[in-house]
Design a protein around this ligand. Structure first.
Ligand code: FDA
Length: 580
């Protein structure tokens, strides 16, 4: 190792970390190190392939973390996929590029994050994007876009597959969802999602016949690697913990990190120093662990593992939010080929119809009990009043601001006479946690999303199931869906109660793999871990930039927002000059 001293040290060369590394290293006078547990997957066909989702899952580039038994969902256990490679989870994900609802980002500002709202983030969505316009075939296949929503000069190529599903699949689904009252949406990426549309992908469709996945490394690292000697990536190297310059166990003093301790594949441990800042970008499931192993977190948890408490920050690792994903399916009498990116976003009113007002009233009446339950689960790290504030904002988003509550994919399975609909409640109230469960920094996190913790989460997911069933029975789709296979009327009869739906949902769901919130950006008294400049409370020079800082779950899919947040974060970081 020639160099162990850098201005900035970034832990995690993933989706967010590589954006920050790229932008900071634009200045040749600034040195940047990226520490990444995984290796390069530049030529890994499981990664580059754009036609089949999931080829990398369960391979060595997937952390495949074991999850905790789900107390509110039959005690089932889950596997949490996450990318272990340069490019992070963007190398294994579904490549969906779908931004959130505008008002969800505005809600961040109401949590004490001055300057974070849809209009301030909008330029960064565009800055990160290099949108690829449509071929005539893609237009015929139903893809469409609004040019004013997109950026054309950024790093992440976004476009449609060259093997989109053709034939009349699009027109059948569009007509069906319109008959269900869902408007056709020309472009889902403008901050309003309700309706039916086709989504674009993080891929580059001008490479080869089928295009190639545009993961964070292909977008933000490889094009610049050769020309930036000031940017150094350590592959197959894992950060264990931060090293404090003013090492003190007297909580209350602001701490400054002088660097980090890392470990190589063969177990060698050494130090990499940061003269300016340490940026943690290890993802929602790992960034909180780095803080905890460094003595930043809930004293009750740190003391259990005899870790000296440097900063009392009880919210580290709390506030975990993910969505339960369920799949309904049917036999189909229509042959299809190609990739089917058809999505419907539905609001509470779409789902609950005339019951919306009573369901809203019941939810709002339950907020104090929901807040008390989450506070108790967190060992009272969270206060009931803070959670009441957060849950009220969430209820307002769902019922007053009409943020979509459901995402439903319509998937005619190419080459098989089957039709499936993965769907998920976008905004569950369940709150879980991710924490260390050993002093060994290589031990996996204890991940507990508490799926289906609250009746509302079950009712909402059940309402989506009923909505999908109605779509199966609505023309013209009804002419092609021949029999419901999943759940099937024997398992969940027509007019089944939430309880019956719930029993089935809990037996078949999986995570949506959109974990957020575990180092949330919000006021410290509300449960924040980082301030609006993404600096960890109680530190002078440690920031977190990744999915863990999102205070709430968002509609759409995460990477579009993570690229925008990381672009903005890089500018915030650059504003501070370091004295070195
Ligand atoms: P990310 O996981 O990208 O980066 C963290 C990096 O840190 C990893 O490279 C990891 O190896 C490294 N690391 C961890 N601990 C470390 C340590 N101690 N030392 C050094 N390195 C360490 N989103 C979307 O927009 N569209 C989609 O279609 C999908 N689909 C999807 C499918 C599946 C299966 C998953 C698992 C996820 C998705 N997502 C998605 C979600 C999305 O891909 C995900 O939220 C982001 O990529 C996460 O980006 P981050 O920067 O937060 O972490």
């Amino acid at each position: 190792l020639k160099e162990t001293y850098y201005d900035y040290v970034i832990i995690g060369g993933g989706t967010s970390g590589l954006v920050v590394a790229n932008r900071l290293s634009e200045n040749p006078a600034i040195t940047v190190a990226v520490i990444e547990s995984g290796g390069s997957v530049f030529n890994n066909r499981n990664v580059t392939n754009t036609t089949t989702f999931g080829l990398s899952l369960g391979t060595p580039i997937d952390w495949a973390y074991p999850g905790e038994p789900q107390e509110y969902a039959l005690n089932g256990t889950l596997v949490y996929h996450a990318g272990k490679a340069l490019g992070g989870t963007s190398t294994i994900n579904g490549m969906t590029y779908m931004r959130p609802e505008d008002v969800q980002i505005n809600a961040w500002e109401s949590l004490g994050n001055t300057g974070w709202n849809w209009s301030s983030l909008w330029p960064y969505y565009k800055k990160s994007e290099r949108f690829q316009t449509l071929s005539s075939q893609q237009k015929i296949d139903g893809a469409s876009y609004n040019p004013s929503y997109h950026g054309f000069h950024g790093s992440v190529t976004v476009g449609w597959s060259t093997t989109l599903m053709g034939g009349d699949a699009h027109s059948i689904l569009n007509a069906t969802w319109q008959n269900m009252g869902m408007p056709y949406k020309k472009d889902i990426n403008g901050g309003k999602l309700r309706g039916f549309t086709m989504w674009p992908f993080t891929l580059n469709n001008s490479v080869g016949g089928e295009g190639i996945r545009q993961d964070a490394a292909r977008a933000y690292y490889y094009p610049f690697a050769a020309e930036r000697p000031n940017l150094h990536v350590y592959l197959n190297t894992t950060a264990n913990r931060l090293i404090w310059a003013n090492d003190t166990t007297s909580p209350g003093n602001e701490l400054t990190a002088s660097g980090i301790e890392v470990m190589t594949l063969n177990g060698d441990i050494y130090t990499i120093l940061a003269s300016c800042e340490v940026i943690i970008s290890a993802g929602s499931l790992r960034s909180p662990l780095l803080l905890e192993h460094s003595g930043v977190g809930n004293p009750a948890i740190l003391k259990k593992y005899s870790i000296p408490v440097h900063i009392i920050l009880p919210f580290v690792g709390e506030n975990l939010q993910d969505q339960p994903n369920t799949l309904m399916g049917a036999t189909f009498n229509h042959n299809t080929t190609g990739y089917p990116p058809y999505v419907t976003s539905a609001t509470a009113t779409d789902l609950f119809g005339t019951s919306t007002a009573s369901i809203e009233a019941s939810l709002r009446a339950s907020i104090p009990a929901y807040a008390a339950a989450v506070a108790a689960n967190s060992g009272n790290a969270f206060s009931v009043s803070a959670l009441t504030t957060l849950f009220t904002i969430q209820a307002d988003l769902i019922f007053t601001q009409n943020t979509p509550l459901a995402e439903i994919l319509s998937v005619p399975v190419a080459g098989a006479l089957e039709f499936v609909t993965p769907f998920w409640v976008l905004f569950p109230f369940a709150r879980g946690s991710v924490h260390i469960q050993s002093t060994n920094t290589s031990s996996p996190p204890a991940i507990n999303p508490n799926f289906f913790q609250f009746p509302f989460d079950v009712s909402a997911q059940a309402a989506i199931g009923r909505f999908v069933r109605r779509a199966f029975a609505t023309a013209p789709l009804s002419n092609h869906v021949t029999a419901e296979l999943l759940p099937g009327l024997e398992t969940v009869p027509a007019n089944a109660s939430d309880e019956t739906w719930g029993a089935w949902l809990k037996s078949v769901y999986g995570p949506n793999y959109h974990p957020v919130g575990t180092a949330a950006m919000m006021a410290r008294e509300l449960g924040g871990v980082v301030d609006p400049e993404l600096r960890v409370y109680g530190t002078t020079n440690v920031r977190v930039v990744d999915a863990s800082i999102l205070p709430f779950q968002v509609c759409g899919h995460l990477t579009s927002t993570l690229y925008a947040v990381a672009e903005r974060a890089a500018e915030i970081i650059k504003e501070k000059t370091c004295s070195s």
